[in-house]
Design a protein around this ligand. Structure first.
Ligand code: DX5
Ligand code: ZN
Length: 228
């Protein structure tokens, strides 16, 4: 199983939420130079939108040249998330708001060979999580309300990223920080400078003339403003 990321690198994860679902094979080929493909799983309950299930994730895993980073925006993560690790996602991220026993779930996902991410909606504070953050490979700080692509970046999340990065470094832990929502050439530098190292970009990449060029432009901007 490919590792999706490690904490000392910087990674660009295109989100296929705004791709052409009827041409998904070709849409995956466009982003072959990225580090992982970010797949947004939505159940129409945790968020008001419906996308892919585990069988679709399994097909994407089979078709994709790069690892699959599954972002689960679903209720009852404790019961549903392990299925996505079994589907072959290299990394499985569930929302803290949707998990009854996040530590038990993280351990179960790791046993199923997935890297584990824990995600926070913008209004969920990061502080209660910091004591147990070492249980996870990645912290996803949402920079929009989850549910849809193409929304504008919430600047107010930058201090949250900074506080999380400071706490993770102070504890000498290896935990990546992912940002998701409104990440583009205009916002990626500030995310990197605040301490994020995994960058999800949906519309910025799929609405660009050339996805590969956009991926390298984002990568350069992130590494020029790397915080650690
Ligand atoms: C939103 C999703 C994102 C979305 C990002 O709920 O989690 O991954 O695709 O799209 P952009 O980059 O357009 O904000
Ligand atoms: Zn996402």
């Amino acid at each position: 199983m490919n590792a999706a990321y490690s904490t000392d690198g910087q990674y660009i994860h295109p989100s296929i939420l705004n791709a052409d679902f009827l041409a998904l094979g070709a849409e995956l080929e466009k982003i072959g130079t990225a580090d992982s493909v970010h797949v947004d799983v939505m159940d129409n309950h945790f968020v008001p939108n419906l996308t892919f299930g585990a069988s679709m994730v399994e097909q994407i895993v089979r078709r994709s040249a790069i690892p699959v980073d599954a972002h689960l925006m679903i209720e009852d993560a404790d019961r549903e998330a392990p299925v996505f690790a079994e589907a072959g996602a290299s990394s499985v991220t569930f929302h803290l708001e949707a998990a009854a026993a996040p530590i038990r779930l993280a351990r179960e996902l790791r046993r199923k060979n997935a890297q584990v991410g824990v995600a926070l909606r913008p209004a969920t504070p990061v502080e209660p999580l910091l004591d147990v953050i070492g249980e996870f490979d990645m912290l996803l700080i949402m920079t929009v309300e989850p549910g849809f692509g193409g929304q504008s970046f919430l600047e107010t999340m930058l201090p949250k990223i900074r506080r999380a990065r400071r706490a993770i470094s102070a504890a000498n832990l290896e935990v990546s920080i992912q940002v998701d929502g409104g990440v583009s050439r205009e916002t990626i530098e500030r995310c990197a400078a605040a301490g994020a190292n995994v960058f999800v970009a949906g519309s910025a990449i799929y609405r660009a003339q050339n996805a590969a060029d956009e991926i390298s432009a984002l990568r350069e901007l992130a590494s020029a403003h790397r915080a650690h």
